[in-house]
Design a binder for this molecule. Structure first.
Ligand code: HEC
Length: 105
């Protein structure tokens, strides 16, 4: 029971933290690390890495999905580990690219 309560508190905090990301700082992180493979709106350096503007247009690519994705490595991106603050900033930036889509889209 205590474990369940703790998990709830932790996940509530995680939600608050993810909301506090800074999209401008996130853009800088994306340009530094992610742009090795992904472009934001044009052609990606790596053909198999979709552009972020295209990713966020796909159904279900909402903040929750993106958060989970950013928290894990994805092949072939296995070498970078972002700081928690950087992840929040990247999330804020990617969410800003969604331009008014509903949270659940
Ligand atoms: C070494 C190359 C590489 C780097 C660097 C990289 N990615 Fe990716 N990423 C890929 C590839 C390839 C895919 C498509 C395959 C897949 O979904 O696993 C992908 C897919 C994604 C997707 C999911 C697309 C979807 O439709 O579900 C997201 C979100 C994403 N990357 C975010 C990031 C972020 C944020 C960074 C920087 C912190 C980053 N990537 C850095 C190669 C990379």
């Amino acid at each position: 029971m205590i474990v369940a309560a703790t998990a709830l508190v932790v996940s509530a905090c995680a939600t608050v933290t993810s909301r506090s990301g800074d999209a401008t700082r996130g853009k800088a992180v994306v340009e530094k690390w992610c742009s090795l493979c992904h472009d934001v709106g044009g052609n990606s350096a790596m053909a198999t890495a979709p552009a972020f503007a295209d990713i966020v247009k796909k159904l279900g690519r909402n903040a929750g999905y993106l958060r989970d994705f950013i928290d894990d490595d994805h092949f072939p991106m296995t070498m970078h580990r972002l700081f928690e603050r950087e992840r929040n900033d990247v999330l804020a930036y990617l969410v800003s690219l969604r331009e008014g889509r509903a949270e659940t889209d």
